[in-house]
Design a protein around this ligand. Structure first.
Ligand code: AMP
Length: 106
């Protein structure tokens, strides 16, 4: 876990501007945006991926989705796409649970 870049961002070992920070997640901009708005909604708990969720982690995932709804509303996004990559073959590069929020508006 010490080598996890998102754990380092959450632990403020790597500087990063948070758009949102609560007890379950942080939200920040993707360093390589693929849309006008490209945010990452990242669980504070180090969960490797959806494939490796443990009991109780579904609540965390639910919270990430609720956060997507709040951000979409707060940023007045006309629409957005949510993406969770799972495993190497699913395009996952960082093995710490996160939801991509992508929008052509923002
Ligand atoms: P995934 O392929 O779903 O694991 O997505 C990982 C995402 O993290 C990629 O879109 C990267 O551009 C993004 N990323 C990697 N390092 C950073 C960083 N230091 N700050 C913000 N985003 C990052």
């Amino acid at each position: 876990m010490n080598d996890c870049i998102f754990c380092k961002i959450i632990g403020k070992e790597i500087p990063c501007e948070f758009l949102h920070d609560d007890e379950n997640c942080v939200v920040f901009r993707d360093i390589h945006p693929k849309e006008k708005t490209h945010l990452l909604i990242v669980s504070k708990k180090h969960i490797h991926s959806i494939a490796e969720m443990e009991s109780g982690d579904a609540k965390v995932v639910g919270h990430l989705l609720q956060m997507a709804q709040k951000i979409g509303h707060d940023l007045k996004l006309a629409g957005y796409k949510l993406q969770i990559n799972v495993g190497k073959d699913g395009g996952q590069e960082i093995f710490h649970l996160h939801v991509h929020l992508l929008s052509k508006s923002g």
